[in-house]
Design a binder for this molecule. Structure first.
Ligand SMILES: CC(C)(COP(=O)(O)OP(=O)(O)OC[C@H]1O[C@@H](n2cnc3c(N)ncnc32)[C@H](O)[C@@H]1OP(=O)(O)O)[C@@H](O)C(=O)NCCC(=O)NCCS
Length: 170
């Protein structure tokens, strides 16, 4: 009853038996369907029209398992008892029919991997780094921080090399 009432109020249908982790965010909400045997980890972000659906009426596990920190773009359909690994990103309107490795970005129908690694913060609004939204000063500082880290790594490597070199090699 609670599930039906909240569906009427929000347009989000969550089967009462679905297992949901902590801090799930459903942005916009309308049209989301989360099936009976779906499992969702912690810190998952999903947008409107996402379906965690089944592909058969057979008993047992028939809905997906979504890992921690996964981002599911608007309209994404994740179908069957598949696993979307931790930190993966599913593009808007993708249809995912097989497992997605941790950290992988997938797009399209059927979903295919793209070579993008999510960078920066743990939770990315819209699934993208959104660099342009950052203050230019913050961006400049980030660039300097990255360069400093690279220089430190190179210095450490040079010092290690120098220590390893036989005496008198200078
Ligand atoms: C999948 C996603 C996370 C990738 O973001 P990204 O890391 O910035 O990657 P890019 O935009 O550089 O795209 C990488 C490739 O995937 C393609 N692509 C990106 N999103 C796609 C999508 N939803 N469907 C099909 N192809 C997509 C791009 O065209 C690009 O292809 P190319 O390598 O052939 O040029 C992002 O595009 C996305 O769909 N986010 C969800 C946003 C959303 O739902 N917003 C709703 C807010 S209300």
């Amino acid at each position: 009853m609670l599930s039906h009432i909240s569906r009427m109020l929000t347009g989000i249908e969550i089967h009462p038996a679905a297992r949901i982790g902590r801090r799930l965010v459903i942005d916009h909400g309308d049209g989301v369907v989360i099936g009976e045997t779906a499992e969702i980890g912690d810190d998952v972000l999903m947008y409107h029209q996402v379906t965690l659906g089944g592909t058969s009426l057979a008993g047992g596990k028939r809905h997906p398992t979504i890992g921690d920190k996964v981002i599911l773009g608007a309209g994404a359909k994740i179908l069957g008892p598949i696993v979307v690994g931790e930190g993966a990103r599913v593009g808007a309107n993708a249809v995912v029919l097989s497992d997605v490795p941790p950290g992988q970005t997938v797009v399209g129908i059927p979903a295919r991997p793209v070579d993008r690694k999510p960078a920066g913060a743990d939770v990315l609004p819209y699934g993208t780094p959104c660099d342009e939204a950052l203050d230019p000063g913050v961006r400049a500082l980030e660039a300097l921080r990255t360069e400093l880290a690279e220089l430190r790594a190179r210095l450490a490597a040079l010092e290690a090399e120098r220590r390893r070199a036989p005496a008198g090699d200078d």
